[in-house]
Design a protein around this ligand. Structure first.
Ligand code: SF4
Length: 388
């Protein structure tokens, strides 16, 4: 079952090249014992942005899309999610009532997900329907109906990086969830339902929405930004095709065009790949862009001796560099930029929750209330049914 690519030996140093302490090695050994005790009752999922001393214990390492699929397919009693809060919520939605999803540190949230709240989105929704004259795509008789193609609708699309109550809102309004690996397919699905005279409300990450829209040939002027408490902002707010929420990722916002220029000066034959949560100018200056899984595959496909500058979270870049010593791989941001909330999953927290599971407790369980399960499940399952 394991696709573990990071061994205990590799974790003798962290991404800063510092040796792990004897205490950290002891924690790793204890986690391995606890996992063996729990056996098939346990599934540990690790996001690419987790530190090596966490992902070495993961049964699957992946991006939020892949990990949500693994959670949905699993019949393990306990799913310990080494990622952030919204990912654990999605795993809880996609698993059965008999399964428990555990987040090793409850403080591990996502600053981008926090940039759109249900109250703000409900206000925006009402105002947008009034101002644009477009319709809500729900069937009034059956609010949980399958979204059907129509015309002149606003279809809500939320990035996976959002809370469960927003996914529920989207599911109840004929919309769908997307990730950075399937955003284009999901937007095509949404436009079919919105019709030629309709639009998509995309939240919370304006950059993923804008970059995907530009890739699909939608001009920037047709993608105004919704700023809470201010309304629609942009060159042309009359006939939007995508309304972008004013959210961003504090990690990917750090990457700049001048960092890319600096890399190209040093490595004229090098390649630059960035995550689509970066600003459009940065994505435009790169050779390629894509999800964490896409970046991983891109690096793996490059020939020996290649030089690659990457614009994404440092733990993932450092791991790629470790796994490909035959290539020069560096992070575009020399200041090093771990995601501070992902970094809250320390191995000591993982050890602690596993100890308590072995003792018969279920600590730090993430339970999505029944009241938001139905709509969220619908929005997530619509996403899983759309081909990438
Ligand atoms: S990298 Fe950005 S989007 Fe991902 S969890 Fe961290 S803050 Fe959120």
């Amino acid at each position: 079952m394991s696709n573990m690519s990071v061994s205990l030996e590799m974790c003798a140093v962290d991404f800063m090249g510092e040796e792990l302490s004897p205490e950290e090695v002891a924690i790793a050994e204890r986690i391995t014992e606890l996992k063996a005790t729990l056996g098939d009752r346990l599934l540990v999922l690790g996001h690419h942005y987790q530190r090596d001393s966490i992902v070495m214990h993961a049964d699957f390492i992946g991006d939020s899309f892949m990990l949500s699929q693994k959670a949905a397919e699993s019949d393990a009693e306990f799913i310990v999610f080494c990622g952030v809060h919204f990912m654990a919520e999605s795993a809880d939605i996609l698993t059965s009532k008999d399964q428990s999803v555990v987040l090793p540190n409850l403080r591990a949230g996502c600053s981008m997900a926090d940039m759109a709240t249900l109250v703000e989105v409900e206000v925006a929704w009402k105002q947008l329907l009034e101002e644009t004259g477009m319709d809500d795509p729900i069937d009034k008789e059956d609010p949980i109906s399958l979204a059907k193609p129509g015309d002149g609708y606003i279809v809500p699309v939320t990035y996976m990086n959002s809370s469960a109550d927003l996914k529920d809102f989207v599911g109840r309004h004929g919309g769908v969830v997307c990730t950075s690996s399937n955003a284009e397919g999901v937007l095509n699905w949404a436009f079919e339902r919105a019709g030629e005279n309709g639009a998509v409300l995309f939240f919370p990450d304006q950059h993923l929405g804008r970059n995907t829209g530009l890739k699909m040939g939608i001009p920037k002027s047709k993608m105004p930004v919704w700023v809470p408490n201010m309304g629609l902002m942009g060159e042309d707010t009359n006939n939007p095709r995508i309304v972008l929420w004013h959210g961003f990722c504090s990690v990917h916002k750090r990457f700049t065009v001048s960092q890319i220029e600096n890399f190209r000066e040093r490595f004229p034959d090098g390649k630059v790949i960035v995550h689509p949560e970066c600003e459009a100018e940065v994505v435009n200056a790169a050779d390629s862009n894509g999800s964490t899984q896409f970046i991983k595959n891109y690096v793996e496909s490059m020939p020996e001796g290649s030089k690659v500058g990457i614009g994404t979270e440092i733990n993932m870049v450092a791991r790629l560099a470790q796994e490909h010593p035959d290539k020069h791989i560096e992070c575009l941001d020399s200041q090093v930029c771990p995601c501070s909330t992902m970094y809250m999953i320390h191995p000591a927290y993982l050890m602690d929750v596993l100890e308590r599971l072995v003792d018969g407790e279920i600590p730090n369980q993430i339970i999505v209330p029944d009241s938001v399960q139905e709509g969220s499940m619908l929005a997530l399952n619509r996403m899983l049914s759309i081909p990438k």
